[in-house]
Design a protein around this ligand. Structure first.
Ligand SMILES: [Zn+2]
Length: 72
């Protein structure tokens, strides 16, 4: 059984900058352009630690944000 990441995304914020998050596959991405951290979900548990998060490239982030806003 898999958790609903979309409902998590509405509850959680980025621990680094307190911005909202969007779902990308099985991970969360921070909505803040200067921050752009990706948080993985391991064994259905979101790993909301800025030390564990991966920064993503600006163009990848922009594509994720565009996809996320058209979906909702
Ligand atoms: Zn952030």
């Amino acid at each position: 059984m898999s958790i609903n990441l979309q409902s998590y995304a509405q509850l959680l914020v980025c621990p680094a900058c307190q911005s909202k998050l969007v779902v990308d596959g099985r991970s969360f991405v921070c909505r803040s352009e200067p921050c752009r951290l990706r948080y993985d979900v391991k064994d259905d548990i979101p790993v909301m630690l800025s030390e564990e998060a991966q920064p993503i490239a600006l163009e990848d982030w922009a594509a994720i944000m565009a996809k996320a806003t058209t979906r909702s």
